[in-house]
Design a protein around this ligand. Structure first.
Ligand code: GLC
Length: 748
């Protein structure tokens, strides 16, 4: 790790080496009080809090981005750690946390460089903290440790949604946690628990599903995986309503009525909170005219008083100052800080140029009484509790020499499994798939056929995706196919040439979709397949040869004429090992099992779209739920049957489903279970997912799978239009449905 002044650099490296990793943050063996590792965490927090000054406490609530201490200017350039800026951050401002925002990496961006950088920041912070309080370092590892060159990139969340596999989501969390911890950070700003709502939104691919239960169960599993070792904290984000901007554009206003908040939006976040997430990030946007960062209702009434969340609430990027500069809730930054902290924000995530005034403003707020000392102590207690839980006082450093071995290319098999399970086969007319590996010539074409950046999507190496000129390893779809059929695979980049060559080929595989992006820059007002890509598909189809359309995108794009494809595979953003997964599915090494976690619209304008659209008096064409492919759609190379359903129980409903593999190939069957409510005083959606499972079935095998769900999953917010009453389960007749079978369930 290079610091600005060489002498300092040598000194630092030697100090770290000599001190090794043995000494605790206090620089000595454990003592009494907060330094006693055998004391309880509450006792350690209480003792440390008593010793802290107001400035030290406010410093703990401050999370500057690492770019504020890198390079010559400490602004946006990145680069070597700058000792002058380190001094300002940790001596003057006494910051207790640091983050790497998207693309904020050490100069070489190797795992070891990360570990050296985080260790160096930690060392400087500890050496200059009067009470030797370690920092906690946060990073966005949202599909593996996606910032780091050479780290395995998992599929983005929407593809994991298509797996319906919570065990997989947990395993991914464990893998990501190992890579993150090995490189230094101890805090992962993941998972996203916003539910998919609108394909115009640039962050659609970061969500798991449009269904609250599917999104919540996958996110909860991911939290458990991330936090399994106790060395990394997960983050439930972005609380709440971020994914439902009224106009589809990121961070524009959302309007959610109380019943929609309670019954549709809160459950996925609550599932992750109930899974034990140690932290939560607020939504940058506004809900019903109130910025989420200013909402005492959300951040205190719901989160703390109703749910009992004890963890740390961190702001999103610059969203404390946004209360002044974007939302105009205050004409001063200090005023904005007071609003956010009093609403329930414990720690502020701060970009360059916003750190000093946050610290001075909040200190002034306390001195003026705008923010009480007890509120400061409450926030700092949560932050210190987090640090004690993560073991940072005893083990503030990582062994940088191990970082490359742990983080580079780790768990590729898991990434192949995740990408394979996420492949969602939507059409296979005439069962032309799987293709034979004995084919003569297969043309592989399309803009996403040979592109790791496009497979990995946003939040990869850079915020907006892999920067031009940067090579991050992986297996492209073309390479995956070539690995199976060798030189019979012909990569043809030019569309015209591809059409020409297809005429003499046995098949063509055309990989279309979209380019990487993140947040607002990835918003799309017409989320449809580009016209030239539709034309390429049409022209290939016109050859009369088998044409397999593969979509690599973070959202279900309206396909236009490409919807007529006879073979259609949604690959989502399959990550660095996606090429292996797609090839294995296309050539039958794997039997696809993915099911849509979202609805696929026929046209771009039919958004927001979700399967729980309520019935009404509408009759216009396509005014009801009218997707191209419905939520839960997914084909296999075998066939499955549901031969019976039973349901019984009171507070816990037990469901058994008889299933069978009636085809000729082994496969994994996803079994969703829905509840229908023939009559309800609160309009009931046609279906509500209440449980799901996956079961491996050999060809011809049948079995009975058992599922259960708490009856509370059927609760709805009572009351009139204003949803002013509590949530409860409406008594009466329900139908519990799996496949084409159902069972009656009467709730008393
Ligand atoms: C971003 C995102 C958030 C991320 C944070 C830090 O703006 O909204 O998801 O965790 O900033 O990079």
């Amino acid at each position: 790790m290079r610091l600005r002044s060489r002498a300092t650099h040598i000194g630092l490296a030697v100090t770290l080496t000599l001190s090794g990793l043995a000494l605790s943050a206090t620089g000595a063996s454990a003592q009494s009080g907060y330094q006693d590792p055998h004391a309880s965490i509450p006792a350690r927090v209480s003792d440390l809090l008593k010793r802290m000054t107001l400035e030290e406490k406010v410093g703990q609530m401050t999370q500057p981005a690492v770019v504020t201490m890198q390079g010559d200017e400490c602004q946006w350039s990145g680069g070597a750690l700058n000792e002058t800026c380190l001094k300002h951050t940790f001596v003057d401002l006494k910051a207790g946390s640091v983050l790497s925002g998207g693309g904020e990496t050490p100069p070489q961006n190797t795992p070891k460089d990360w570990a050296d950088m985080v260790n160096a920041v930690q060392k400087y912070a500890l050496d200059h903290s009067r009470l030797h309080i370690p920092i906690v370092y946060g990073v966005d590892a949202v599909h593996g440790h996606n910032n780091v060159l050479g780290a395995t990139k998992f599929p983005h969340q929407v593809g994991i949604g298509a797996t319906w596999d919570s065990q997989l989501s947990e395993a991914m969390g464990e893998s990501t946690s190992r890579a993150v911890k090995a490189t230094g950070p101890q805090w992962d700003f993941a998972p996203v628990e916003d539910i998919s709502r609108d394909t115009r939104w640039g962050r659609y691919y970061e969500t798991y599903s449009e269904d609250p239960y599917l999104a919540g169960s996958l996110g909860a599993a991911n939290v458990q995986g991330l936090q399994k070792t106790g060395q990394v904290a997960a983050t439930v984000k972005h609380f709440i309503g971020y994914s439902a901007p009224f106009a589809g554009h990121d961070r524009t206003e959302s309007h959610l009525d109380p019943r929609y908040i309670q019954d549709t939006f809160l459950p996925s976040y609550k599932a992750a909170v109930d899974a034990g997430a140690l932290t939560l990030m607020a939504n940058s946007g506004s809900v019903n005219g109130i910025p989420a960062h200013a909402s005492h209702y959300l951040l205190t009434d719901v989160l703390r008083r109703q749910w009992g969340f004890k963890g740390v609430v961190v702001s999103d990027w610059n969203d404390v100052q946004s209360l002044q500069t974007a939302y105009h809730l205050s004409d001063t930054y200090a005023g904005a800080a007071a609003i956010a902290v009093n609403a329930g924000v414990d720690m502020a995530m701060l970009p360059p140029g916003s750190v000093d005034d946050y610290v001075s403003g909040l200190i002034a707020d306390v001195k003026s009484g705008k923010v009480s000392k007890s509120r400061i102590d409450e926030a700092v207690s949560r932050i210190l509790t987090l640090k004690f839980k993560l073991g940072l006082f005893e083990h503030p450093y990582v062994d940088a020499s191990q970082a490359n071995g742990i983080a580079l290319g780790a768990d590729k098999d898991l990434a192949v499994r995740a990408a394979t399970e996420s492949q969602t086969l939507l059409k296979n007319d005439g069962n032309a798939l799987p293709l034979s590996t004995g084919l003569g010539k297969v043309v592989v074409t399309g803009p996403n056929a040979d592109s790791i950046p496009n497979q990995d999507g946003g939040w990869t190496i850079g915020w907006q995706g892999i920067p031009d000129g940067v090579n991050d390893p992986g297996v492209t779809i073309y390479q995956g196919i070539k690995n199976l059929i060798g030189d019979h695979a012909k990569l043809v980049a030019d569309s015209g040439d591809a059409v020409g060559q297809t005429k003499s080929a046995d098949a063509a595989i055309v990989v279309v979709g979209e380019k990487p992006g993140a947040e607002g820059t990835s918003d799309n007002e017409t989320p449809e397949l580009a016209a030239d890509q539709q034309k390429l598909v049409d022209d290939l189809q016109a050859t009369g040869k088998p044409v397999i359309v593969v979509v690599v995108a973070g959202r279900p794009l309206a396909l236009g004429s490409a919807a007529d494809a006879k073979q259609l595979l949604m690959s989502w953003l399959p990550g660095s090992e996606g090429g292996t997964a797609v090839a294995n599915v296309l050539f039958g090494k794997a039997n696809p099992s993915g099911r849509l976690p979202v609805s696929w619209p026929k046209v771009a304008g039919d958004e927001p779209m979700f399967y729980q659209q309520l019935p009404g008096t509408n009759s216009g064409p396509s005014s009801s739920y009218d997707p191209l492919f419905a939520f839960g759609t997914g084909l296999s190379y075998t066939s499955y049957a549901v031969n019976g359903v039973t349901a019984s129980g009171g507070s816990t409903v037990k469901v058994s489903v008889k299933v069978a593999n009636t085809g000729s190939r082994d496969g994994d069957m996803v079994v969703p279970v829905f509840a229908q409510q023939p009559v309800s005083r609160i309009i009931a959606p046609p279906n509500r997912l209440v449980a799901y499972t996956r079961v491996s079935l050999r060809a011809g095998q049948s079995t009975t799978v058992s599922l259960s769900f708490p009856i509370s999953r059927l609760a709805v917010t009572q009351g009139d239009i204003n949803g002013s009453s509590t949530r409860s389960v409406i008594p009466g007749l329900y139908k519990i449905v799996a496949g084409d079978k159902s069972a009656d369930l009467t709730v008393h």
